[in-house]
Design a binder for this molecule. Structure first.
Ligand code: M6R
Length: 615
């Protein structure tokens, strides 16, 4: 989490850094700050708790001038989101300035040692030890690059760090240790940029060099030198990235989240483009380097992910098991990485991550690779760490997702996994040509069906949001492929409306949660016309028998359901394997309208960040 942006060149640094931080705000937004050094070597910092607008106002009142700047937007780990804890952080002399993403795991020990040597600290952060360590090394006669490198060697944990020194106003040092989010250098003409991720650089330059773990960049306005953290020069490849930053604009919608929900038919279409072969119908996943022999020799597929994406992998694992007849599991990456799982050369580990930067997912993927597994990344961000670190990548092609709550990438990740399952099933002989073709034809229907799903229930969401907004908690129930959608519905509601919600397999309710049922705990029941329909009706009856209130998410045309529940949201009739992707629409829109009704900040909900790059 946390966003880092740096600039060296001929322009005024502060406005550029501020604009860069705006593009990174999805990584964290509880406080922000900027440091600028002028040509005379005068270093000044402005920082402010709260959203970036507070820093913008501060800079209007107290502007900074200079051509070297470093900024940070924070998601707090150590120390509350206050002005004092906001980055950048300075050493005791006020000459070394650092911004940081990661956790200094041994900061208590380092802080104790430095304090005993006479250093005084002004924040409750772990980060503040870093400028103090660097200053000590500068005082011993090391260059800035050397001092940063040697200081980094004292830190435990995974980090992205950028540092400047008033004594060298034309130099910025950035480094990366492990997987605490990326650092990329952007090349301009007589100016250089540093940022946590590629999209933040794209309005300024498409010529970039992402740092690998264990690398550092010594940047000047004319270029940069890349080194390993043990001091060897490396030739980090410069890449040209194509991406349209205009696509990230809200496009007339009140919130990015709504825009991203509404563009799901189009993003699903982008995901399918080039991947559907029609003569004969087949899933064309040309990005996969694995031979048919390798696919046939697989003994299991392990899907790795977190949060919303992990719920998508639950759908993916079930679909894989069904179509490829391969044991498949959906793993919480943060647990997987610490549990010594069974992995071998016949395992395919699929790391699914919108951002491609989620620390736990990346580590779980590396762990699986270490055990011999072939790795595949499914991500929305080309050039992300997941993309670069896996044996192969399937891109989601959803376009930039700015709203912190994942929506269109949730659907696209399920869609990619559906294609993957059909591809595996066909390659392994578990699906006949005809069966594989039928799945491809069904997948091709998704964009149109998503369009229908968005058309249904117009005006109903607003009415339901007003009717149920006072509820203290919600339960979401689903079965089969809709169990993960129940969980996702609860997560969406929690993260943007701040109303407690639990999602679970419907049968699980009887084993405890049924005690929560009362007239003030609405139950959202996913009861589509599928193989488990009758079972879901049974669960709905159990809720109604206890005085519960039920909002059904049901198949359009199922008129009988209306008499059994209190309210209904419709989903168009669809093939069973598309049901989770379509049922995602009403749970997203229900959460969205509830949060809007409450006046919440839908795109930047409290306490969250778009990419969780710390564990
Ligand atoms: O970028 P990733 O897909 O790896 O992110 C994983 C989760 O942090 C993410 O899905 C999160 O739960 C959602 N933003 C919630 O809407």
């Amino acid at each position: 989490m946390c966003g880092i942006f740096g600039y060296l060149g001929h322009q005024d640094a502060a406005p550029l850094v501020l604009a860069g931080l705006e593009r990174l705000a999805y990584r964290g937004y509880d406080s922000a700050g900027v440091a600028v050094i002028d040509r005379a070597g005068h270093l000044e910092v402005r920082k402010s708790a709260g959203k970036l607008a507070n820093l913008t106002s501060l800079l209007e009142r107290e502007p900074l001038s200079g051509n070297a700047g470093l900024g940070h937007t924070r998601w707090a780990t150590h120390g509350a989101p206050t002005d004092a804890n906001a980055h950048p952080h300075l050493d005791g002399t006020g000459e070394v300035v650092v911004v940081h993403n990661g956790i200094v795991e041994n900061y208590i020990e380092l802080k104790g040692r430095l304090a005993a040597e006479g250093h005084t600290f002004t924040s409750a952060t772990d980060t503040e030890v870093i400028p103090h360590l660097i200053q000590e090394l500068l005082a011993q006669g090391h260059t800035l690059a050397e001092a940063v490198r040697l200081a980094a060697a004292e830190l435990r944990g995974a980090h992205a760090i950028a540092c400047m020194h008033a004594g060298s106003p034309g130099t910025l040092v950035a480094l990366r240790i492990g997987n605490a989010g990326g650092v990329s250098v952007g090349f301009g003409s007589g100016e250089m940029f540093v940022a946590s991720d590629l999209p933040a650089l794209l309005p300024l330059t498409t010529s970039v060099a992402p740092l690998a773990p264990g690398e550092m960049a010594v940047v000047t306005p004319e270029g940069c030198e890349m080194l390993t953290l043990d001091g060897r020069r490396v030739d980090t490849a410069r890449q040209t990235i194509a991406m349209n930053p205009v696509a990230a604009a809200r496009g007339g919608h009140r919130h990015f989240m709504l825009k991203e929900i509404m563009e799901q038919p189009e993003s699903a279409m982008s995901c399918l483009r080039g991947r559907l072969g029609f003569t004969p119908p087949s899933a064309v996943l040309g990005e996969l380097p694995f031979t048919s022999e390798e696919l046939r020799s697989l003994s299991r597929v392990v899907f790795l992910g977190m949060g919303t994406t992990q719920y998508a992998t639950r759908v993916g694992a079930r679909t894989t098991e069904l179509l490829a007849r391969l044991p498949a599991s959906a793993e919480d990456a943060s647990e997987y990485r610490y549990r010594e799982p069974v992995v071998d050369e016949r395992t395919l580990a699929v790391a699914v991550s919108q951002s491609g930067e989620t620390a736990d997912t990346l580590e779980a993927m590396h762990l699986a690779a270490g055990g011999g597994a072939r790795t595949l990344a499914i991500t929305n961000v080309a050039g992300s760490q997941a993309d670069r670190g896996a044996d192969a990548t399937l891109l989601m092609h959803a376009g930039p997702e700015i709203g912190v709550a994942s929506t269109k990438t949730f659907v696209n990740s399920m869609l990619v996994m559906y294609l993957l399952a059909a591809h595996l099933g066909h390659a392994r002989g578990a699906l006949t040509d005809a069966a594989a073709a039928a799945h491809v034809e069904e997948a091709a229907r998704l964009p149109a069906l998503l369009g229908e799903a968005l058309e249904l229930n117009r005006g109903v969401y607003e009415r339901l949001a007003a009717a149920y907004v006072k509820a203290r908690r919600f339960l979401f129930l689903g079965r089969g492929l809709l169990d993960p959608i129940a969980r996702e519905g609860a997560l969406k509601l929690k993260e943007i409306s701040y109303i407690h919600a639990e999602g679970m397999a419907a049968a699980e309710m009887k084993h405890g949660p049924i005690a929560l049922i009362d007239g003030e705990t609405p139950v959202v029941a996913l009861v589509l016309r599928d193989a488990l329909y009758e079972k879901m009706l049974g669960n709905i009856s159990e809720v109604k028998a206890r005085g519960g209130v039920v909002i059904a998410i049901a198949t359009a045309g199922d008129d009988s359901i209306e008499a059994q529940v209190d309210d209904v949201l419709w989903v168009p009739p669809c093939p069973p394997l598309l049901a989770p992707m379509l049922a995602a629409v009403p749970v997203q829109l229900f959460a969205y309208h509830t949060a809007v009704h409450l006046g919440n900040d839908v795109d930047q909900p409290r306490n969250l960040a778009k990419s969780v790059t710390v564990e």
